[in-house]
Design a protein around this ligand. Structure first.
Ligand SMILES: NC(=O)c1ccc[n+]([C@@H]2O[C@H](COP(=O)([O-])OP(=O)(O)OC[C@H]3O[C@@H](n4cnc5c(N)ncnc54)[C@H](OP(=O)(O)O)[C@@H]3O)[C@@H](O)[C@H]2O)c1
Length: 317
């Protein structure tokens, strides 16, 4: 590794967000940054691919503060992200975010990017009857915990940019969010948001935008920046899917209360999430400018561009 480069400790480097950032830094050969890729398993194929591409790979589990400290030691910056869907625990996200914030402070990092989402309880009291309170004190657990954790980074006094991410279009491939066959042979794309727009993004573009934030130095330190590749409603996404798949896709606008009852793990959390995005659509979309995202990442993809490269990977059964 080039010792003149500034090391960025990338948590989740074998995953979607961190992987996008690691690849963006590694592709920028003449750039100022080097990648320290954090993984629990340096022997995995994904970790070895990063190493082969020029990353330093280091083993750490976010639950192990001493290992997190080793991962940040001597680094210039860090990309911090937590993994709700691996454990479904907002408390664990809070604990891991606190560890990263306090460790970043102790290590003297000069720029931390915290991959966050809104604490939706800013918009709705817990006794608000529009949607149920979940796990005792959350409306959208995987949003609220990340937003609540923003304060750990402020309290620690680390130079931090808060990065508000968007719904990955890759969820259509990996998260069961793709169109499903209906009895009449057409495909139904479930999105419980009525005509409201869903800010979406190619997961790979999140890391590229984060790279753009790092390249702009301290410009965004202390600020919240939101990113999206395009804002589309369910009918527009269904139309784009119809064109890309060559099969009719209909938008199925189930009510959020029906979605919450689907019964898969996380259905209530996601039902509330889509309802928040619908009911607070203006403020939610305004926080995620596509134009701004493109200024950070000129390769930013639209939904149609993402579909052109990925439609064949969407399972349709
Ligand atoms: N899906 C969406 O639309 C969406 C949108 C916005 C935000 N998010 C948020 O994105 C977060 C997940 O990020 P992602 O999608 O980039 O994750 P991901 O693709 O699932 O990958 C996460 C990587 O992190 C590592 N990891 C998991 N647990 C770890 C631990 N305890 N300590 C250290 N490393 C660990 C794993 O690597 P190893 O196995 O190599 O250790 C894994 O490859 C979630 O909190 C989710 O709420 C998702």
């Amino acid at each position: 590794m080039d010792a003149t480069k500034k090391i960025i400790t990338v948590f989740g480097a074998t995953g979607a967000q961190g992987g996008g950032l690691a690849r963006a830094i590694l592709a920028d050969r003449g750039g100022a940054f080097a990648v320290r890729a954090v993984t629990r398993d340096p022997g995995s194929a994904a970790a070895r691919a990063l190493e082969a591409a020029g990353a330093e790979v280091i083993a750490a589990d976010l639950g192990d503060a001493a290992a997190v400290a080793r991962a940040m030691d001597g680094a210039y910056g860090a990309f911090c992200v937590t993994f709700f869907w691996a454990h479904f625990s907002p408390e664990r996200e809070l604990a891991e975010a606190r560890t990263m914030a306090e460790t970043a402070r102790a290590a003297g990092l000069q720029h931390v990017i915290w991959s966050t989402l809104e604490d939706t309880r800013r918009w709705m009291a817990l006794d608000d009857p529009r949607m149920p309170t979940l796990m005792g004190k959350y409306k959208v657990p995987h949003f609220d915990a990340k937003g609540e954790a923003d304060q750990f980074f402020r309290d620690a006094g680390v130079p931090v940019t808060f990065l508000l991410t968007s719904f990955y279009w890759d969820n259509l491939i990996h998260f069961g969010s793709g169109p499903k066959p209906a009895a009449d042979g057409t495909l139904d794309f479930v999105l419980p948001m009525g005509a409201a727009k869903l800010p979406g993004i190619a997961a790979e573009d999140i890391g590229r935008c984060a790279h753009g934030v790092l390249r702009r130095g301290t410009e965004f330190v202390g600020r919240t920046v939101g990113i999206a590749g395009e804002h589309l409603n369910g009918a527009q996404m269904a139309a784009a899917l119809t064109r890309a798949l060559g099969r009719e896709v209909r938008h199925l606008d189930v009510p959020p209360e029906v979605y919450r009852g689907f019964g898969f793990p996380g259905a209530e959390d996601l039902g509330n999430m889509f309802q928040v995005k619908r009911d607070f659509n203006d403020v939610f979309c305004a926080a995620r400018s596509v134009e701004f995202s493109r200024s950070l990442n000129p390769q930013l993809q639209s939904f149609a561009q993402w579909l052109e490269a990925n439609a064949a990977r969407i399972p349709l059964d």
